[in-house]
Each structure stands twice: as structure tokens, then as C-alpha cells.
Design a protein around this ligand. Structure first.
Ligand SMILES: *[C@@H]1O[C@H](CO)[C@@H](O)[C@H](O)[C@H]1NC(C)=O
Ligand SMILES: *[C@@H]1O[C@H](CO)[C@@H](O)[C@H](O)[C@H]1NC(C)=O
Ligand SMILES: *[C@@H]1O[C@H](CO)[C@@H](O)[C@H](O)[C@H]1NC(C)=O
Length: 266
């Protein structure tokens, strides 16, 4: 009896340990979106006090440069007119788009947040491209008008592209300036919209680059969310000069529906 009980107890303990290990190793959508929400709240108040930044190794990157978070845009309050976040449970990262059009200083901001060890209770990296007056085609009010009209609802399973396909399309988009064949490898939707800064092109497959530059767009960081068919890539837009840049693409039913770019001129 004693032996059996011990064995049972051991089994129970093993099972408990396993379930705890599995639970803590998972990066959840809820955890990612909660962290993204805490970031939006911090940007609204201009205070990072309530952000759960990693105590051991936190990095703030602004326009592709490691920056003291206290001197960056996150440490000034902004009136947020629009925010939208996506979640990547494989990379354990989120992407948030913020538009502040009606406050004292206009901004359009693209931010990726990364967590280490699948632990969304702690933020390892806030990686921001922040465009304001002087950025490429900058007009926050116009951008807000276009983005507000878009539909970013969750896609039905049958309308979702795979993670690999989303990454491929994001890469092909950024390769158009260096690879003459890239543009034709992208599945353009007939009714897609491209909002570059505040410049609208519809359909978005019109007037595309077909190579010409020798310098690929580098330092690419991805956030991929299959549930809304999106890939966001932060990069250094080296093909046309060293410009901090965000390209976000949404695919519906395998076809490109929206493209957004946020590009800072140096
Ligand atoms: C993080 O979570 C994802 C999704 O649940 C999983 O695929 C991945 O293996 C996990 N990674 C680690 C380092 O635990
Ligand atoms: C600290 O974070 C940076 C950026 O996320 C990473 O490159 C580096 O490896 C980390 N260092 C340690 C000791 O974890
Ligand atoms: C962010 O967007 C959500 C969903 O549209 C909204 O409910 C929330 O109030 C927004 N947050 C801010 C600070 O504007």
C-alpha cells in the first residue's frame, strides 16, 4: 500500500510539474495584447512607471537606435486618436500602430514589443519607429482618416494565409527595390489600398518598383499575426537611404488588402 501511494503521489507531482512547465513556456495572445495595452496607456500618460520592463535586460530602440527611454517619445504624453495591436505568439512579440493627430504634436508610431522566454509579464524590448512632421508624406490627420475606415476584423480560418506566406510577402515587398522580380511574386488584391505616410494608392499594385537599387532593405524585425493576416516588418530602408521604416501588410484570402508604411527621413 505504502509503495503504491508513493508511486501515485509521484505521478501526481510529475503531472503538476509538467503542467506548470508547459503553462509558463507558452506565449499567449492575451498576454501579448495586455502588454501592448500597457504600452498604449504609458504613451497616453507619458509615464513608463506602470510598464513591466525587464529588470535585467531591457532595451528601448527609437528609429533604429538604442535610446534612453526617458528621452524618447514614450516619455511624453500623447493624445491617442487610433491604436491597433496584433500578436505573434511564436516570436512572442506584438505590433502596435498609434496615431496622434489632434494633440499638440502629431505622430504616427509603429512599435514592436518583444518578450524573452515566452514571458509576457516582462518586456525585453520596445522597438519604435516614430514619424512626426518632416517624415515621409507625413500628415497624421490624413493617415488617420484612411486607417480609421479599414476593417481589421479577425479572419475566418479559410481566409488566413500561413505564417510562411505572410513572411514571404513581407520580404517580397521590401525586396521590390532590389529584385526586379519581387513585385510580380506578390498576390495583389484587386481592391487593395496602400497608405504610405499619408499618401494613398488604390489599387495598391499600381506603380511598383522593379529593382534598381543595389542595397537591400536590412535589419528586418517581424511580427506576424495569422488571425488578422498581417505581417509588420521594421527595417532600415537602405535601398533608398538609411531610413527607419515600418511596413505592415494585411492579406485577406491570400491577397494583399492593405499596406501601411511609416518612414522617417534622416
Ligand atoms: C513559446 O511559445 C510558443 C507558442 O506557444 C511555442 O511554439 C514555443 O516553442 C515557445 N518557446 C519557448 C522558448 O518556450
Ligand atoms: C539583452 O537584450 C538584447 C536585445 O534584446 C540582446 O541582444 C542581448 O543578447 C541581451 N543580453 C542578455 C545578457 O540577455
Ligand atoms: C485603443 O483602441 C481600443 C480599441 O479600439 C479602444 O477601446 C481604446 O480606448 C484605445 N485606447 C486609447 C488609449 O485610445
Amino acid at each position: 500500500m505504502f509503495g503504491l501511494n508513493t508511486k501515485l503521489t509521484n505521478t501526481v507531482i510529475t503531472a503538476l510539474t509538467l503542467s506548470i512547465t508547459v503553462a509558463s513556456a507558452e506565449c499567449t495572445r492575451e498576454g501579448l495584447l495586455a502588454a501592448a495595452e500597457s504600452y498604449v496607456a504609458a504613451q497616453t500618460s507619458g509615464s513608463i512607471d506602470s510598464l513591466k520592463l525587464s529588470a535585467t535586460n531591457f532595451t528601448y530602440q527609437l528609429n533604429n537606435k538604442v535610446t534612453d527611454i526617458k528621452t524618447g517619445v514614450l516619455s511624453q504624453p500623447l493624445k491617442i486618436d487610433l491604436n491597433r495591436s496584433t500578436a505573434d505568439t511564436i516570436a512572442c512579440a506584438s505590433y502596435t500602430m498609434l496615431i496622434s493627430a489632434t494633440g499638440s504634436k502629431p505622430y504616427v508610431i509603429s512599435t514592436q514589443i518583444r518578450h524573452r522566454d515566452n514571458d509576457t509579464s516582462s518586456i525585453a524590448l520596445i522597438d519604435t519607429i516614430a514619424a512626426t512632421t518632416g517624415a515621409l508624406f507625413f500628415d497624421a490627420q490624413k493617415t488617420l482618416g484612411y486607417i480609421q475606415k479599414e476593417n481589421w476584423d479577425t479572419l475566418d480560418e479559410g481566409q488566413r494565409a500561413s505564417r510562411d506566406e505572410l513572411k514571404r510577402v513581407g520580404d517580397a515587398y521590401l525586396d521590390m527595390w532590389t529584385d526586379a522580380k519581387a513585385a510580380d511574386s506578390i498576390p495583389w488584391g484587386t481592391d487593395c489600398e496602400r497608405v504610405e505616410g499619408s499618401a494613398l494608392t488604390r489599387p495598391c499594385g499600381a506603380t511598383l518598383p522593379h529593382g534598381g537599387s543595389q542595397k537591400p532593405n536590412g535589419n528586418r524585425r517581424y511580427v506576424i499575426d495569422e488571425t488578422v493576416g498581417s505581417v509588420d516588418v521594421l527595417c532600415s530602408f537602405d535601398s533608398l537611404g538609411d531610413m527607419p521604416d515600418s511596413h505592415e501588410v494585411r492579406l485577406e484570402g491570400g491577397k494583399v488588402k492593405y499596406v501601411h508604411t511609416v518612414t522617417v527621413l534622416r
